[in-house]
Design a protein around this ligand. Sequence first.
Ligand code: KG4
Ligand code: ZN
Length: 338
Amino acid sequence: MSETIILGIESSCDDTSAAIIKGNQILSNIAANQTIHNEYGGVVPELASRAHQQNIIPVVTKSFSKANIQQNDICAIGFTRGPGLLGSLLVGTSFAKSLAMSLNVPLIEVNHLQAHILAHFIDDANPQPPKFPFLCLTVSGGHTMIVLVKDYFDMEIIGKTIDDAAGEAFDKIGKIFDLDYPAGPIIDKLAKEGNPNAFQFNKPKLDNYDYSFSGIKTSVLYFIQKEVKKNPNFIQENLKDLCASIQKAIIEILMKKLEKAAKDLNITEVAIAGGVSANSALRKAMQANHEKLGWNIYIPKFEYTTDNAAMIAMVAKLKYERGEFTDLRTTATSKYDL
Ligand code: KG4
Ligand code: ZN
């Protein structure tokens, strides 16, 4: 039997992406990143939706040509149905539905969060994929959660943020420092040359596996306001140390709960996923726990960390094998439980 070839489409936030998967192997993974939001300090939903409309056809066309695949070769189309920004999701959803109808192939809805986690099963993602059950710290601009992954489609959220997501904290604190959006990667880069012990920020005290990031954001804001009153150049003069210190605090908060969950559940298979899993300090902390605690760690390749259609195609392929198809009358949904 020839291997399944599937087109995946992602448009949940500000990245328009299309990918072709053959078996578990990614043949192309194309993304158009929207830079129009940089000056606003966050994604503007209306602008995102309009940019998706402009990008979707070129991105899908490029994904076919890069993969050297004809439209008639595909067996199904997977698309992100949610969660995300409704206006953005609608573009990918409508496009996927129309193309599935015209090519007469099945449509497969994909949960964006499941996709971040299941990206670990793409052929070139890990030398060995994680073994069930594993824990996956899923950290992005919209979500921060510790997920107990019992099987491909049997996942339980055991802890999550009660306010801001970790990526959101990076981005909002970056805005205080007058950095472009998204600030996460910029803070990561600047932190490399800064002293992580230069400044201390209060950490949340929550008992279970839940997170909170709004307190640290507020404490950074008050601290900066106070210092800037004394020295208007405070941020510029201390930017690298500020970035290193804030990054250290956020990663410590993330790792503490993950370590507690791994210990309590006696699990040593531990993965990270989502945009913030690109963070170099988080990757180092995982590596340290591999050495210190004997964790088998799963860290996604950079192209599978931030939003991408390769992960959508991967989930679609798993669903295709299970015969789980989606009715053409389906519609996008901004909320979509794991
Ligand atoms: O998964 P993603 O692309 O989109 C969502 O589903 O939200 O994640 C985007 C988030 C942004 O908040 C961005 O600042 C953050 O991931 N991010 C990072 C890094 N790269 C991306 N945060 C910290 N360090 C990074 N290197
Ligand atoms: Zn995402």
